[in-house]
Design a binder for this molecule. Structure first.
Ligand code: UTP
Length: 243
């Protein structure tokens, strides 16, 4: 895989153990499947390990809590934009929990936009943020952040083991893809509905951003946080987005 952003072949780059700048999107459904500290602590351990050698920016999702709050708001007639703001608030609660678990390894403020995130990077600590604006999900935030700070890699840690030809929870004959082009990815995800709290393997806006900036990206099953070690070590896990 070749990163146009850096001009570096990604897999030889990995194996050299060189410093890497990466954005990691950690879905709320993987870091907070229930309200418990367990996955936050596990993620913090792995992130601290990787942060010794790499510059990391983490974007947390809102998960089940976001969807529960959005459902309650929608049932009272709240607009989709208001529901999105609720989702953003919950994603920032998860960011705050991860910052707590990371303790002094993390930058202690949550950036509310990309410029703030870039400024926070100068602390040389792990930067953790949630959503930024209605009409998207934290996958899109991760992709735009990756574009903004020009990372070598974007990792999307979600609750499926990669990109399938269709939603594997709905369509049992769906097949997992080891590699996908951004165009194919856009086609797969555009067939899904876009509403506050909706779930697709990756948000269509994120897929479009990955396509336009030729971002080196990989979608992995983040329910086991140690998979991040495999990703950064260059092991071929999940689905790679190839340009
Ligand atoms: P996410 O969908 O990104 O988090 O944000 P998630 O639910 O954790 O993702 P999964 O389940 O792990 O894959 C939750 C909701 O917050 C709003 C959207 O409504 C989104 O569905 N949101 C989030 C925004 O409107 N803007 C943002 O920048 C981020």
């Amino acid at each position: 895989m070749f990163s146009k952003q850096t001009g570096i072949d990604l897999y030889s780059f990995f194996s050299n153990d060189t410093l890497m700048k990466a954005v990691i999107s950690v879905g709320g459904s993987v870091i907070a499947p229930t309200l418990s500290q367990e996955k936050f602590v596990e993620y913090a351990e792995v992130i601290k390990e990787l942060a010794k050698e790499n510059t990391l920016l983490i974007v947390t999702g809102g998960g089940k809590a976001a969807r529960d709050y959005i459902r309650a708001a929608r049932s009272m007639g709240a607009s989709e934009a208001v529901c999105d703001l609720i989702g953003i608030a919950l994603s920032r609660v998860n960011a705050r929990l991860l910052i707590s678990a990371l303790s002094s390894a993390a930058f202690q403020d949550i950036p509310h936009d990309y410029r703030e995130a870039e400024t926070a990077m100068s602390s040389r600590k792990v930067v953790v943020m949630g959503g930024v604006a209605p009409g998207q999900t934290t996958d899109a935030v991760s992709a735009i952040l990756s574009e903004y700070v020009q990372t070598d890699l974007l990792v999307i840690a979600t609750s499926v083991d990669g990109v399938y030809t269709a939603d594997p929870y709905i369509n049992k004959s769906a097949v997992k893809l080891d590699e996908v082009t951004p165009g194919e990815l856009v086609k797969i995800v555009m067939s899904e509905e876009m509403k506050a709290g909706a779930k697709t393997v990756i948000d269509p806006l994120a897929a479009k951003i990955i396509e336009r900036s030729k971002i080196s990206a990989v979608v992995v099953d983040g329910r086991e946080p140690r998979i991040l070690l495999d990703v950064i070590a260059g092991k071929r896990v999940g689905t790679r987005i190839v340009h």
